[in-house]
Design a protein. Structure first.
Length: 279
């Protein structure tokens, strides 16, 4: 298991760029005050990574909050994503520029293809490779890719994704996908790491929370950290944002981690990429 010591601890990606292992997710945070406050609270709590997307429609507020924080641009790792209707070679280059302008930044740290759009994601990836080579992004990756999506990309592309961001939590413990990513030197990043709170009443989780004097959410997040996952818990609540940062002063045992593994039931809360309609 990994030893993680503090909120801004970074892991090294396959191109040498480092990313904080914990970041703030802002899915469904409203553009404006809600997103701005959430990002500012996260930065106050010590987070140094924010994950947004074109589809979230809050990139403008993310960028504003980072500027308002007083931190230097290079201190905050910014991830955004390309939506499905923006994919294709030319379309990706144009979509990236729209995201960059909304964020108000000169470069983006990590740019992800949000889903593997059939017939387009290889051309999308070639455009992302160009953005990387031209210095507009520091790293490129994918999101919601199964192994059968990654295989042709790895075979036909020059650059290996640094990250595959997937749904991962105790009810959807994608261990095989984690192992596939690791075998190909791709870091696994977990979205919905506490399954929108659905796992937090599990007796096994609550007992561990009581044992360690932590909340159930902190136990689940710690379980993921110790698997080596990058995690981006979403919250717009100041107390929860700070709570989610308080996971560095305890560890669960290997046996306890394996017990949490048994909660897996293929319980997706998002759309399976194979069921996504890309039209």
């Amino acid at each position: 298991m990994m030893t993680v010591n503090k909120i801004d601890d970074r892991v090294v990606l396959n191109n040498g760029v480092t990313i904080p292992q914990v970041g703030l997710g802002v899915w469904r945070a409203e553009d404006g005050k809600e997103t701005r406050n959430a990002v500012l609270w996260a930065l106050e709590a010590g987070y140094r990574a924010v994950d947004t997307a074109s589809y979230y429609q809050n990139e403008t507020s993310v960028g504003q909050a980072i500027r308002d924080s007083g931190l230097q641009r290079e201190e905050v790792f910014v991830t955004t994503k390309l939506w499905n209707d923006e994919q294709g070679y030319k379309e990706t280059l144009q979509a990236f520029e729209r995201s960059r302008k909304r964020l108000g930044v000169d470069y983006i740290d990590l740019y992800l293809a949000h889903f593997p759009v059939t017939g387009k994601y290889l051309d999308t990836w070639r455009a992302m490779e160009k953005l990387l080579k031209d210095g507009y992004v520091r790293a490129i990756g994918v999101s919601n890719f199964h192994a059968h999506h990654l295989e042709p990309l790895l075979e036909q592309s020059e650059i290996v994704p640094v990250v595959n961001q997937i749904e991962f939590h105790p009810y959807l413990n994608q261990q095989k996908m984690l192992e596939y990513n690791t075998a190909h030197n791709i870091r696994t990043e977990a979205w919905a790491p506490i399954a929108k709170g659905r796992v937090l009443k599990e007796k096994m989780i609550t007992e561990l929370a009581e044992k360690y004097g932590k909340t159930p959410a902190q136990v689940v997040l710690r379980w993921e950290l110790q698997k080596g996952l990058i995690i981006i818990p979403k919250s717009v609540n100041k107390e929860r944002i700070f709570e989610n940062a308080g996971i560095f002063d305890f560890s669960i045992t290997e046996e306890e981690s394996l017990r949490i593994d048994t909660l897996h039931c293929n319980g997706r809360i998002g759309t399976d990429p194979d069921d996504m309609v890309y039209e």
